[in-house]
Design a protein. Structure first.
Length: 551
């Protein structure tokens, strides 16, 4: 079984996660759980981006050190991912020595291989604050679309920028127009990778349409050399004499976290990071999971760095989702128009969140989160379809068969249906089509409910107990397989089912439960959410935005 590498995007440790960001990360855990069930060797890594300018900006606002901000949110992220059931092999952070060491090694490899050069440039400087400004500290008008943009990237058109590209520039700290002063930096000769990256992208398979489109646009416009160092005080030191007062630019440093996290995992566990990064007997498949705003960093910048370092495996599958809105409006952290992950986890089941973000998330197009849809999704699908089938089957066995799975047989039609579901949903997951995969499995859930209703075991028990036993036996076999098929998506409910039926750890081949196995500790999978919560949550959302305005 070929090694599977999964790199999940690294969230900035400058504020709580909201559902829009979580939606872009969740497919990584679905992939990891699926491939482990299949028996592949999987390495799934991510971490908190602690060096980004957003962290420094937040620290400046609060009057604390960037490290204090990073510590706070790294702990929060780690706890949120634990509660949501994410199965990272390592979730780490960029502000630690191991990461710094690997980034410096990569920098020196690029230098040694001739892909870095020194250049004196004019860099944005704020005379009021008496400092060179990181690109995200500069705001101005985007030359491509005309919207207000940061100095590193435009959120509206996704163009990678340099502060010099902007007009009407202002300093994000004080709001005054900055000036430009000369300073020397190292540049990555990205233009040298134009042809080889074009060839690489043309041969790519398994990329989302937005990744193909956005990357194609960058290549068509022509790749420009980019600075890889900056005049900063927070980040990874440049390992070159004469550059001691500068840091490695975060856009090269953060993506390097995929490699540093892999090496850190190997150092901590005794595993082989080379298995997932250097070509061997088994072909590697490398997935990168993120939002579309991160596409160019994963399809242009990171492949160029890997090519420049030589001998390291390039990205294979780009799973880049679109944007999610909230009650019809764009998520806005500054206006507190967001559903924060710690908050929703405090009141709702993690499976409900996971299910909604996969079944209704922005996989291929922009989608909307509304409290109405979220609560109806839970009550209708998780409780009404899946939970109902599981609980009415197993409670019937407890009541009428002393809790022992009755004798019976799963017919050939159902065996074929279940086998097809493994094959077809597995193929969809591998291609990054999580929404289609879960829809396919829930079609099987609905078919199972229809089977149960048509067999009418509540009548069979009175007229033909053996026939009733057969219906329930078949239903238990269906439940055991649904617990495997749905485990990548809603693992907590599936764990409960495995406990009810004393099942083996999840695999990806049809499972069976022998007759006379005792059902253990049966409990309700999902509780109904009162629809009055829709109005309560919507009002709460409006109030939290109003409170922000009053601050």
């Amino acid at each position: 079984m070929n090694p599977i590498f999964i790199g999940g995007a690294w969230p900035y440790a400058n504020g709580s996660l909201h559902l829009g960001r979580l939606a872009s990360l969740l497919p990584g855990d679905v992939l990891a759980r699926y491939y482990r069930a299949k028996g592949n060797q999987v390495l799934y890594v991510s971490g908190s981006d602690c060096h980004g300018t957003p962290v420094a900006v937040q620290a400046l606002k609060e009057g604390v050190s960037p490290g204090d901000i990073a510590d706070r949110y790294h702990r929060e992220f780690t706890e949120c991912f634990r509660k949501l059931g994410f199965t990272y092999d390592l979730y780490t952070r960029t502000d630690q020595e191991f990461h710094h060491k690997v980034v410096k090694e990569l920098f020196l490899s690029l230098l040694e291989n001739g892909y870095l050069y020194k250049k004196t440039i004019l860099q944005t400087y704020c005379e009021t604050d008496r400092r060179f400004l990181p690109d995200r500290y500069v705001e101005g008008t985007c030359p491509v679309c005309g919207n207000r943009a940061r100095g590193d990237q435009c959120d509206y058109c996704s163009t990678l920028l340099d502060p010099a590209d902007l007009t009407d520039k202002t300093c994000k700290i004080c709001g005054n127009p900055p000036v430009e002063r000369p300073t020397e930096h190292y540049y990555l000769e990205l233009s040298r990778f134009q042809d080889i990256l074009t060839e690489y992208v043309e041969q790519a398979r398994g990329w989302k349409d937005n990744a193909v489109r956005i990357t194609g646009r960058y290549l068509k416009e022509g790749l420009q050399d980019r600075a890889v160092t900056r005049d900063l005080t927070w980040g990874v030191d440049v390992p070159v004499q004469g550059f001691e007062d500068k840091k490695i630019y975060v856009w090269i440093e953060a993506v390097s976290g995929y490699l540093s996290a892999s090496k850190q995992w190997a150092a901590q566990t005794g595993g082989s990071w080379e298995l997932f990064w250097q070509e061997g007997e088994e072909p590697i498949t490398a997935y990168y999971v993120h939002g579309k705003d991160n596409v160019p960093f994963h399809t242009v910048i990171w492949p160029a760095l890997l090519m420049g370092a030589r001998g390291l495996h390039l990205p294979d599958r780009i799973i880049s989702c679109e944007y999610m809105t909230l009650e019809g409006k764009k998520f806005s952290t500054s206006n507190n128009w967001a559903v924060w992950v710690p908050d929703i986890l405090s009141r709702y089941q993690p499976d409900s969140i996971r299910y909604f973000l996969i079944a209704n998330g922005p996989e291929n197009r922009d989608t909307d989160f509304s409290w109405r849809e979220f609560i109806h999704s839970h009550n209708g699908e998780l409780l009404g379809a899946f939970g109902n089938f599981v609980n009415r089957t197993l409670s019937f066995i407890e009541k009428s068969f002393e809790g022992l799975v009755p004798e019976g047989k799963l017919n050939d039609e159902w065996k074929q249906t279940i086998g097809d579901c493994y094959t077809r949903s597995g193929a969809l997951i591998e291609e990054g089509h999580m929404k289609e995969a879960i829809e396919l499995i829930f079609a099987c859930v609905r078919r199972a409910n229809k089977y149960f209703d048509e067999q009418k075991p509540w009548l069979q028990i009175k007229e033909d107990k053996a026939a009733c036993g057969n219906t329930l036996h078949a239903s238990v076999q269906i439940i055991a397989n649904l617990a495997q098929l749905l485990n990548p998506f809603i693992p907590f409910a599936c764990d409960k089912i495995r406990n009810f039926l004393t099942l083996d750890p999840p695999g990806w081949t049809p499972a069976s439960v022998p007759a006379n196995r005792k059902i253990k500790e049966l409990s309700i999978l999902f509780e109904r959410i009162d629809v009055s919560r829709i109005e309560e949550e919507t009002n709460l959302l409006t109030k939290q935005q109003e409170m922000k305005k009053d601050q």
